[in-house]
Design a protein around this ligand. Sequence first.
Ligand code: SF4
Length: 445
Amino acid sequence: MFEVDLLLVQPWIYDFSAHDFWLKPYGLLKLGGLLRKKGYTLGFVDLLDPFHPELPKRPKRKPFGTGFFYKEPIPKPSPFLDVPRRYFRYGLPYPLAKKELLKYKPKAVLISITMTYWYPGLFVLLKLLQEVFGEIPVFVGGIYVRLLKEHLQAFLEKEGFLHVFPVECKDYEEAVQLIEERIKPSGHPYPFDYPIFDLQREIPYVILMTSEGCPYRCPYCASYKLYGGFKAYPIEKILEEIIFWHREHKVVDFAFYDDALLYDFENHLKPLLEAIIDLGLKVRFHTPNAIHARFIDEEVAKVLKLSGFTTVRLGLERMEKRFDAKVSIDEFISAIHCLRKAGFREDNLGAYVIFGIPYEDYNEVEKTLHFLFEFGVQPYIAEFSPVPGTPFFKLCQEVSRYPIDEDPIFHNKSIFPAVKKPDWERIQAIKNLAREMRRRLTSAS
Ligand code: SF4
């Protein structure tokens, strides 16, 4: 039994699909790093841990640290009986999760949860935590809480969970302060405040954030609501972090979670990447969050290539009939030419195409896929999920076949909540088309 001040827990995901496509609870791990430096003793239980030796079946791993999670089918929520897909709990089987938690005796628990429609996994976890630890304080943060605190509060009131506290802090300092007011550290200050990736069983990759927020306000995106604009972090610290993980823990793959990684490139990311090139670090960078094609010229593309960018995902969304201002089709084409010239190949380049928006035009989605294929860019379907507080959420309310403002379970992207009468065959055909195009492009490169 490990006695710790704080136990950090990554909840299960209850969903139709989930992949470890550089998926980590970055905010929770970063908060853990800040608290460890203050002398808190920590434990970390990752209920999604794909490396747990007692999993009934080891999930397959893929290149660059990505892979699958272990999953078990569970009953589909009754409103989704029309959705021709199975529903799963991703992560450790329930008894194994309980066994992991029982290894610890914490003074408090910290949890974070991202998507609003993943709350079922959180609710099951809160009940399990009470069973295992009794009524010790449990702090719950993350995007779900920041967008829909009242939804969590209603559950806590119904269950009489007076020991569970939704956390809605404006920054990490405020979150640290909140913990300090309630729990005192019992250990020695740790020398670093980096996110606690080293408390995982393995470190297949590390997440980086060099900034928060975005200068744009696309009508479907939560970035402005969450961050209120763009703010750059000091680059020197990010460089130290990369060197630390690479040299001390042999990490090669790094994924950026920035919303606007290339914004103000000259003053922000460029000095960092030039330092990486000068140091000769053999690392690979990946951008699961799309980067802005608008900011890519020959010089930018060259620096990205030389510094180790390997997976480059661009945000396109639509070829025509655009509803945002983040890129024009000419800017997109120009960016692809520059990236090609710098040496990026088909297997490096991908672009997101949003699918399932209110009043969706299936033909427009297909046209965009063909456009990308012709340009040798792998098309990735980004299924639309309505985010509370955005203009597209209001539109979605008008057309959805579900009461999306009553229960966040209806925000699930896989159910195409903004499509009144989904044509499931056509939807599947479009997803298959994108997959087939990726296969052909990557086998050709
Ligand atoms: S450019 Fe990207 S991150 Fe910025 S608001 Fe649009 S979708 Fe969100």
